[in-house]
Design a protein around this ligand. Structure first.
Ligand code: SF4
Length: 442
C-alpha cells in the first residue's frame, strides 16, 4: 500500500514539474512516507525524521512532508508540536495536502479539478489518459508489476491492529476509476496488476448494490495487454466460493492467495478478534486447494502469523506450529507481536511474552517454514513453467511463476515484461534457478 501511495505522490509532483533525486541534500521537497504497523517501523520513521532536521536548518526553503500512517486520518496536532520543522502533514494515500502546499495559489483550481474528477468517477468516464494515473517518469516503461489500491482503510477491529485508526474506515474505490488506472498503467508498460485492500475480498461491500471483487476481476480480465492479475490481502471470513470460482475461471488471475491466519489457537484468535477458528481456517485452505489446485503445481497460499500475542502460552503457540506443519502453506509472513498504542490490545492486554521468547517462537516457525517451502519448491524441479520477467538483478533476470515463486535465469537480452517458459533446474526455499525454453514448451 505504501509503495502504491509513494508512486501516487511522485507522479503528482512530476505533474508540478519536479523530478526525483537520490540525495536528500539535493532535494527541494522531501516526503517521508511512514508505516507504523510495528514499533520498529515507527521508531525508524522518527529516527529518519530527526535526521532531516539539520537539512531544514541549513535550507529553510526545503519543504518536508510527513505522510502516511504516522500521521493517520485524525489530524496531526501532536506531531506538529513535536516536529515544528515539518511543513506538511498528510494522511495515507493522499498527495493533496502536499500538492496544495506547493501550489498555494493554484489550490482553488485544484479543488475544481477534484470536483470534476469526482463527477467523472460517478459516470465511469475517467479517461485512461488522465495525468492522475501516470507512473512517476523514472518508472514509466520500466515497471512490469504495479499495485492498485481498490479498498482503502479497514472497518474490522482486530485487537492488535492500528490500521483502522490510521487509514480510516473501509472505502471501496469506484470500479470505473480502478479500471481507468489499470488501462493507464498497461499503456505505460505494466503487465501485472495487484489489487490491494486490507480485506481485499470485501471490495464493494461498503457500497449499496456495489460490484464485488469477482465483478472487478472479470472487467480487469478484459483489459487488453494486461497479462496477470493478483489481489491481496484476503480475510478468511470473506473469501467466497464465487471469488474462488472466478479465480479458477479467469486465465489472467493467478492461482496465488494471501490469506492470513495470524494464530492457530482458538483462544488467541478470539483475543485477537479475528472472527474464525483454526478449524475454519483449515477448511478454507482445503477448499482453496480443491477449487484452485487443478494445475500440475496447484495453487500457492501465503499466510501471516503473529507470535507472542498477549497471553499466548507455550501450548497455544504449539497449536500455531502444528497448524502450519499440517497445512504446509507456501509462504508464512512472520511477525513478533509489538504493542501499537491506541489499539484494544494495548489498552486491555498485558504484553507479557518476553522479547527473548517471542524471538524463540519466531525462529521456531521460521525453521519450520523453511523446511516446508523447500519441499514445496522441490516439486518444481525439472518442470517447465511460465515466468513473467521483471528486471535484471546483477547477472540474472528475475521473474515470478503464476504461483508467485521467484525465478532467476541467465540471459543476455532483455526479458522485461515477457512471459516465457522456464525449465527449473535448482530449487531452494526462497527462489529457483532455471533456463529459458522455446515458447512452444508452454
Ligand atoms: S482485517 Fe484486522 S489486521 Fe487486517 S487491517 Fe483490518 S483490523 Fe488490521
Amino acid at each position: 500500500m505504501n509503495v502504491a501511495d509513494s508512486q501516487r505522490v511522485a507522479s503528482a509532483l512530476e505533474r508540478l514539474g519536479y523530478c526525483d533525486t537520490r540525495h536528500a541534500e539535493e532535494a527541494d521537497v522531501i516526503i517521508l512516507n511512514t508505516c507504523v504497523v510495528r514499533q520498529s517501523a515507527e521508531d525508524k520513521a522518527y529516527g529518519r525524521l530527526q535526521s532531516l532536521r539539520p537539512l531544514k536548518a541549513n535550507r529553510p526553503e526545503l519543504v518536508i512532508n510527513l505522510m502516511g500512517c504516522l500521521v493517520g486520518v485524525k489530524g496531526s496536532e501532536r506531531l506538529q508540536k513535536r516536529f515544528p520543522f515539518v511543513d506538511v502533514f498528510s494522511p495515507p494515500s493522499d498527495p493533496a495536502p502536499l500538492v496544495a502546499y506547493l501550489t498555494q495559489g493554484e489550490s482553488r483550481s485544484l479543488e475544481q479539478h477534484e470536483t470534476e474528477r469526482r463527477f467523472s468517477w460517478m459516470d465511469e468516464e475517467l479517461s485512461s489518459e488522465s495525468p492522475a494515473l501516470l507512473l512517476p517518469l523514472h518508472e514509466r516503461g520500466h515497471i512490469v508489476s504495479a499495485h492498485v489500491p481498490i479498498v482503502l482503510g479497514c472497518s474490522h477491529a482486530c485487537t492488535f491492529c492500528i490500521i483502522p485508526y490510521r487509514r480510516g474506515v473501509e472505502r471501496s474505490r469506484h470500479v470505473g476509476e480502478i479500471l481507468a488506472e489499470v488501462r493507464s498503467l498497461v499503456a505505460q508498460g505494466v503487465k501485472e496488476i495487484t489489487f490491494l485492500g486490507q480485506i481485499v475480498d470485501r471490495y464493494g461491500k461498503d457500497v449499496p448494490d456495489g460490484p464485488n471483487l469477482s465483478d472487478l476481476l472479470r472487467q480487469a480480465q478484459a483489459v487488453e495487454g494486461l497479462e496477470r492479475i493478483r489481489f491481496l490481502t484476503s480475510h478468511p471470513n470473506w473469501m467466497t466460493d464465487e471469488l474462488l470460482d472466478t479465480v479458477a475461471e479467469l486465465p489472467k488471475v493467478m492461482p496465488h492467495i494471501e490469506v492470513p491466519v495470524q494464530a492457530g489457537d482458538d483462544e488467541v484468535l478470539e483475543n485477537m478478534k479475528r472472527g474464525y477458528t483454526a478449524e475454519d481456517y483449515r477448511r478454507l485452505v482445503e477448499k482453496i486447494r480443491r477449487r484452485l489446485g487443478g494445475g500440475s503445481l496447484g495453487v500457492s497460499i501465503a499466510t501471516d502469523v503473529i507470535v507472542g500475542f498477549p497471553g499466548e502460552t507455550e501450548a497455544q503457540f504449539q497449536h500455531t506450529y502444528d497448524l502450519l506443519a499440517e497445512l504446509k502453506l507456501d509462504v508464512a509472513h512472520l511477525a513478533r507481536y509489538s504493542v501499537r498504542p491506541g489499539t484494544v490490545a494495548a489498552r486491555r492486554m498485558e504484553d507479557d511474552v518476553s522479547n527473548e521468547e517471542k524471538m524463540r517462537r519466531f525462529r521456531t516457525l521460521e525453521d519450520l517454514q523453511e523446511q516446508i517451502a523447500t519441499q514445496i519448491n522441490a516439486r518444481y524441479l525439472h518442470q517447465t513453467v511460465p515466468v513473467l520477467f521483471e528486471e535484471k538483478v546483477k547477472q540474472r533476470w528475475r521473474g515470478r511463476t503464476d504461483t508467485n515463486k521467484l525465478v532467476f535465469v541467465e540471459a543476455q537480452h532483455s526479458l522485461a515484461g515477457q512471459v516465457l517458459p522456464v525449465r527449473i533446474e535448482w530449487t531452494g526455499p526462497w527462489s529457483m534457478l532455471g533456463s529459458l525454453q522455446s515458447v512452444s514448451e508452454l
